[in-house]
Design a protein around this ligand. Structure first.
Ligand code: ATP
Length: 379
């Protein structure tokens, strides 16, 4: 396994008309040996391009990429000792599960036909090589729970099983680094959750260095040792999932990480009081030192309390929607601060109905403040 270090890595695409587009800008990233690093961000933020540059499938326009201290900018993909698992598993339909897993070994050994022959028992593959391949397939299939499926063809597998075969093919090679690009996005919601747990357990067993791309922040948070939140080609925060959630570095991260998203309100802070659209809430003396400034106030839905209408220190609200989710209930609220969301215990929310009036209150010790603007920094 290996360390992966990106220093000021950038990517500029140039179209046929000569126009250039900067997809990735000045990415600094140091992924430690055995770390599970997840690149997350909305569509088009540059996460796949970053991953493809690490893989060697995309040329690096600027900066340097090192694997275990060796500069690999100009090393071809096949010589980087990296395994890539894509969203569409790209299994060979005419090969069995065992043969597909063995295919991962192909680039290591010069002759694919020899490999396949070794598996089918045909041709003149050497006995010791055949045994080594069989042993490796047995090991990998046991790790992934594919033992019973080795003789099936991809068309005879479920989506989740196919995905595991694709992972098996990557593991078989025992590469330095695993790269995953949205590997779960073709699975249904339940299978996605099951498979991501399996991936996390697999990572622990293999102690592998993994770089994983997803647009799904919940998937990212559950998998990552290190979460790298990207937006518009730039890294917005590089920290643990917990840190990104509890202390988002800027307004973008605050709005992106967390379900339902953090409530964010543009307004003005003065003498410790936050005002937006003519409605003022005193945040407390400790906010007075932050001066007189335009800013955005953030508070998570699970920090909201609904109080009686016109309660002092609350924002007047009308309940727009009630979503009952079993143990908890999400309440959408129309307020002078715009649409806000409260996540309440189901018991607390039991009597609430759409159209009811209420007051929105929150604990200011759990409030976040950000500079004005889409990526305004944490204050
Ligand atoms: P998604 O989740 O939709 O795959 P992403 O975050 O992985 O998005 P990238 O695929 O890295 O985003 O693309 C980043 C930006 O670069 C996008 O605006 C995309 O349109 C652009 N881009 C990607 N590939 C090319 C290309 N070959 N030529 C020009 N622009 C490209």
């Amino acid at each position: 396994m290996a360390n992966v270090t990106l220093t000021k890595v950038g990517k500029v695409y140039t179209g046929d008309d000569g126009a250039s587009f900067r997809a990735v800008e000045a990415v600094d990233l140091s992924i430690k040996d055995g770390e599970f690093c997840v690149l997350v961000g909305p569509s088009g933020c540059g996460k796949s391009t970053t991953l493809r540059m690490i893989a060697g499938l995309e040329e690096i326009s600027e900066g340097s990429l090192e694997i275990d201290g060796t500069l690999v900018n100009d090393v071809p993909a096949k010589d980087r000792d990296i395994a890539f698992v894509f969203q569409n598993y790209a299994l060979y339909p005419h090969l069995t599960v065992a043969q597909n897993i063995a295919f991962g070994l192909e680039t290591r050994r010069a002759h694919r036909s020899g490999l396949i022959a070794a598996l089918t028992g045909a041709g003149g593959a050497r006995r010791d090589e055949s045994q080594a391949i069989h042993a490796r397939i047995a090991e990998v299939s046991k790790t992934l729970g594919l033992d019973a499926l080795l003789h099936r063809y991809p068309r005879e597998l479920s989506g989740g099983q196919r995905q595991r075969v694709a992972v098996g093919r990557a593991i078989a090679r025992d590469p330095k680094v695993f790269l995953f690009d949205e590997p779960l996005s073709n699975l249904d919601a339940r299978l996605r959750i099951e498979t991501r747990t399996e991936l996390r357990m697999l990572h622990r067993r293999l102690a592998a260095t993994i770089v994983y791309v997803t647009h799904d922040q919940e998937e990212a948070m559950t998998l990552a040792d290190r979460l790298v939140v990207m937006h518009k080609g730039r890294v917005q925060q590089n920290a643990s999932a917990q840190e990104c959630y509890e202390r988002p570095a800027n307004r973008f991260v605050a709005g992106f990480i967390g379900t339902p998203p953090m409530n964010l309100v543009d307004g003005h802070l003065k003498a410790g009081t936050f005002t937006a659209n003519g409605v003022a809430i005193a945040l407390g003396a400790e906010y007075a030192r932050l001066g007189d400034r335009a800013c955005a106030l953030g508070f998570r839905p699970d920090r909201v309390k609904l109080v009686a209408p016109n309660t002092t220190g609350s924002v007047a609200a009308s309940i727009a929607a009630v979503e009952r989710l079993g143990d908890r209930t999400d309440i959408a609220l129309d307020t002078p601060w715009g649409r806000l969301v409260a996540r309440l215990d189901a018991d607390v929310a039991r009597s609430l109905r759409e159209g009811d009036a209420a007051g929105v209150s929150f604990d200011s010790s759990h409030a976040h403040l950000f500079e004005a603007g889409e990526c305004g920094g944490r204050i």
